[in-house]
Ligand binder design. Structure first.
Ligand code: PLP
Length: 454
């Protein structure tokens, strides 16, 4: 930091403050973690200075031998860790990984057959009406994914994201009584909509998914099954999710981020069956520019860590801690979406405390508990204020928290929410944003949090 400080002290100061903030609070954001020192250090090197467009051994720049090495090592670890036939480790993020996957599926299923029919090898050989006709077909495909309020992600076909602009989109929700995925409903929606791509995966669904069933549905309607395991990749890597709960053997294409439960650098990976490999490997230049050598190197280090037996112990603890936390909340009167969890995340309906998600998020933050508000199924407060708080256990499990610690965290959370009430707007009406907390409660809770972190 002293080195950075000589150039731009504000950046050095913010970086130091971020370390203090992350260490001094209960980090319960389900998509965050603490990467190891080897992973962090690998990101801060001159591997960042090299351009290497193309793929391993086939670059559009000279002198890419060291980037070839780190990209190969990362891909080798990803394949071994997840038992995947192929791994592409260049995507800079989860969104990029999904974009590569979408276009690789379009290239494999729409573009390649069209070129083959015309006896052509390359889209550049298409001219005039043939090119316009292919463009029209690429832009006229259907995608079915989980709805946002049931826990799906923006990249699964929602209009604010490019996935909702490039595909005709429909979504499947969850059962209104149980909050669980209803596979018969997914199958019925797939039969009617006939998507080219069926997306499974989530950001805020607290349960496991049966990927064998999802694949059966995809096969029945001729869809490509794309699983986005960004959130639960660590549980797959750590062998907590096995059999039908492991998406990799069932999905044609699997995408993930590397920085959530997998505990690596920020980034994405695409795993795929051999038929999709040629198109996936063209992620650059299809939708990506030059790969980030320093981040691919850090992915290799994180994936090597995830192949150690200790990562399986960690992943099991993440799931056990989520159970303990969920039980702790419910025992103290908390109402959970789906009535519990069997993965790494918990979705609490805070309307039973008379609060919006926004009020609960702010009150918890004042007390040193960092979470994010999240819509719940059929949320009356919409996506901005929401009625839910999403919690996740990966980060604090990395810090060594066990089930007793998580029970205490549940107690702190319920104390804060029980001691918080709705504030008023300027004209005296109940507000969805402002809140009032009992005197001294935030400080008392922050002290409790600090004790746990000691
Ligand atoms: N896919 C899922 C399921 C996610 O939860 C997220 C991020 O929250 C993403 C993709 C996007 O990842 P990134 O923020 O790295 O683009």
């Amino acid at each position: 930091l002293d080195v950075i400080s000589t150039v731009e002290p504000r950046v050095a100061d913010a970086t130091a403050a971020e370390l203090r903030d992350q260490r001094a609070s209960l980090k319960l954001i389900a998509s965050e973690n603490y990467a190891s020192l080897p992973v962090l250090m690998t990101m801060g090197t001159w591997m960042s200075d090299k351009y290497a467009e193309g793929t391993i051994g086939h670059r559009f720049y000279a002198a890419c031998q060291n980037i070839d090495t780190v990209e190969s090592v990362a891909a080798e670890h990803a394949k071994a860790l997840f038992g995947a036939p192929h791994a592409y480790v260049q995507p800079h993020s989860g969104i990029d990984a999904n974009l590569v996957a979408f276009w690789a599926i379009l290239a494999t299923r729409i573009e390649a057959p069209e070129l083959a029919e015309k006896g052509l090898k390359n889209v550049n050989e298409l001219t005039g009406e043939d090119w316009e006709s292919l463009r029209g077909k690429l832009g006229n495909q259907r995608l079915l994914g989980m709805s946002l309020d049931a826990g799906g992600h923006l990249t699964h076909g929602f209009r604010p994201n490019i996935s909702g602009k490039m595909f005709h989109q429909q979504s499947y929700g969850t059962d209104p009584q149980t909050g669980l995925v209803d596979y018969d409903q997914v199958a019925a929606a797939a039969r009617e909509f006939k998507p080219l791509i069926l997306v499974a995966g989530y950001s805020a669904y607290p349960r496991r998914i049966d990927f064998a069933k999802m694949r059966e549905i995809a096969d029945e309607v001729g869809a490509t099954l794309l699983v986005d395991m960004a959130h639960f990749a660590g549980l797959v890597a750590g062998k907590v999710f096995t059999g039908n709960e492991d998406p990799v053997p069932f999905a044609h294409v699997t995408t993930t981020t590397t920085h959530k439960s997998l505990r690596g650098p920020r980034g994405g990976i695409v795993l795929c069956q051999p038929e999709y490999q040629p198109a996936v490997d063209r992620g650059c230049p299809l939708v990506l520019g030059g790969p980030m050598g320093h981040v691919m190197a850090a992915k290799a280090v994180a994936l090597a860590e995830a192949r150690q037996p200790s990562f399986q112990t960690y992943a099991q603890a993440v799931a056990d801690n989520a159970q303990a936390f969920a039980e702790g909340l419910m025992r103290r009167g908390g109402r959970l979406v789906t009535g519990g969890t069997d993965n790494h995340l918990v979705l609490l309906d805070v309307s039973s405390f008379g609060l919006t998600g926004r009020q609960a998020e702010s009150a918890l933050l004042d007390a040193g508990i960092v979470t994010n508000r999240n819509a719940i199924p059929a949320d009356p407060n919409g996506a901005w204020y929401t009625s839910g708080i999403r919690f996740g256990t990966p980060a604090l499990t990395t810090r060594g928290f066990g089930t007793d610690d998580f029970d205490r965290v549940a107690e702190l959370v319920v104390d804060v929410l029980s001691g918080t009430s709705v504030g008023t707007t300027k004209d005296g009406k109940p507000s969805k944003a402002s809140y009032v907390t009992e005197d001294g409660l935030a400080a008392r809770t922050a002290a409790g949090a600090a004790e746990l972190l000691d």
